[in-house]
Design a protein around this ligand. Structure first.
Ligand SMILES: NC(=O)CC[C@H](N)C(=O)O
Length: 366
């Protein structure tokens, strides 16, 4: 079978390594932090997850685009949040009768630049060994040296505050108004399926912009606080740390996911650090140290909380650890009704092993 002529594209890494491939999505140039996700499915949920804002995603699954896209149902936020995409085989056509369109059109409309025809096994092994770095993709600048020079304009993820760029601008509500539980959701880049998981369990959620003051959250008279996932470096978010500190003082239940877990840790005096490579995929094994059971989890994070500082903390205990690298995956406060996990119990996409955490939060509010 002969393929139609495709526009060429280049991927250049921060250390100067060049990969050649073909353009997908919009013709253009895009740079960001290069991250790989090993999930076998759920590409649209990944691309619309606000936690990926500013990042170029390498999908290690070799076929991308083949089941098209669905508007609404498979979107974790209003529109695509990633900066760019890299894959092996990109399918411009799709076969699924429920799809609303092709991934190619979806990316074109969202101005997303991508590259395919890349040996993603080679690329992932490379960045796995060298560690996380920035990259740039282009289907218009095809001189590697010129493109490499453009890379210096891509900001470093470390120290970058991004939540306020993806958070809601105005408050909104979800769930039944006369519900037994009112939850104040601090939106640091929240995924839709997380708010839905709370609403499905009978919580009436009011979602607040990232930089909302504690006083405004408190004015909603919530039964509990939820601190969401989101992009960027948690250490660059003193405003959210301050809000969480004040929320803890109320002695009301507080639950954090991913970035929310990192913010709860910072508010408890535990530091965070940038990992050599993040955890991004659907099959990360986590051990629950309270029950002794293992969970298969969905993950997406590039920062983590400092293990030794958790261990030494008088009022914080480790509840979950990652069985691949022993990093901290969950904590709880001994002196407050507050807990958090580094991974994604809403698991959209992903396994459902960890959904009990939403039930635990509801029970704490009872
Ligand atoms: N999914 C998230 O909330 C990610 C948190 C944070 N931005 C990190 O990369 O570690």
């Amino acid at each position: 079978m002969t393929r139609p002529q495709q526009p060429e594209a280049l991927l250049v890494l921060q250390d100067g390594t060049v990969f050649k491939g073909f353009a997908l999505g919009k013709i253009g140039t895009a740079g960001g932090e290069i991250c790989f996700n090993t999930g076998m499915t759920g590409y649209q949920e990944i691309y619309t997850d606000p936690s990926y804002f500013g990042q170029v995603i390498v999908n290690t699954t070799s076929h991308i685009g083949n089941y098209g896209i669905q508007l609404g149902a498979e979107e974790e936020s209003a529109g695509v949040k990633i900066r760019g995409m890299v894959c092996n085989f990109f399918s411009p056509t799709y076969s699924r009768h429920l799809a609303d369109g092709s991934l190619q059109q979806y990316f074109e409309q969202a101005n997303i630049v991508g590259i395919h025809g890349i040996d993603t096994r080679q690329l992932v092994r490379y960045i796995r060994d060298k560690g996380v770095m920035n990259c740039i993709i282009s289907s218009v600048i095809l001189d590697p040296e010129v493109l490499f020079a453009e890379l210096s304009n891509v900001p470093d993820m470390e120290g970058l505050e991004l939540s306020s760029e993806v958070s809601t601008q105005a408050t909104y509500e979800l769930g039944e108004q006369d519900s037994r539980f009112r939850v104040a959701v601090l939106d640091l880049g929240v995924k839709k399926s997380i708010i839905q998981s709370l609403a499905d369990r009978g919580a009436y959620c009011k979602v607040f912009p990232a930089k909302t003051s504690f006083a405004d959250l408190h004015a909603f008279n919530p039964d509990g606080f939820f601190i969401s996932n989101g992009p960027g470096d948690p250490a660059a978010m003193p405003y959210a740390v301050e809000t969480v500190k004040q929320a803890l003082d109320t002695e009301k239940p507080l639950f954090g996911i991913c970035l929310g877990h990192q913010i709860l840790s910072l508010a408890s005096g535990i530091g965070t650090y940038k990992m050599h490579n993040g955890h991004r995929g659907l099959n990360h094994p986590v051990k629950n140290l309270i029950t002794g059971l293992c969970e298969v989890t969905s993950q997406n994070h590039g920062f983590a909380v400092k293990g030794d500082e958790v261990m030494d903390h008088a009022n914080v205990e480790v509840t979950h650890i990652n069985l691949n690298d022993q990093t901290i995956e969950g904590i709880r406060r001994k002196d407050k009704p507050a807990f958090s996990v580094q991974y994604h119990p809403e698991a959209s996409p992903g396994p459902h092993d960890s959904r009990y955490l939403f039930d635990d939060f509801i029970k704490l509010m009872q």
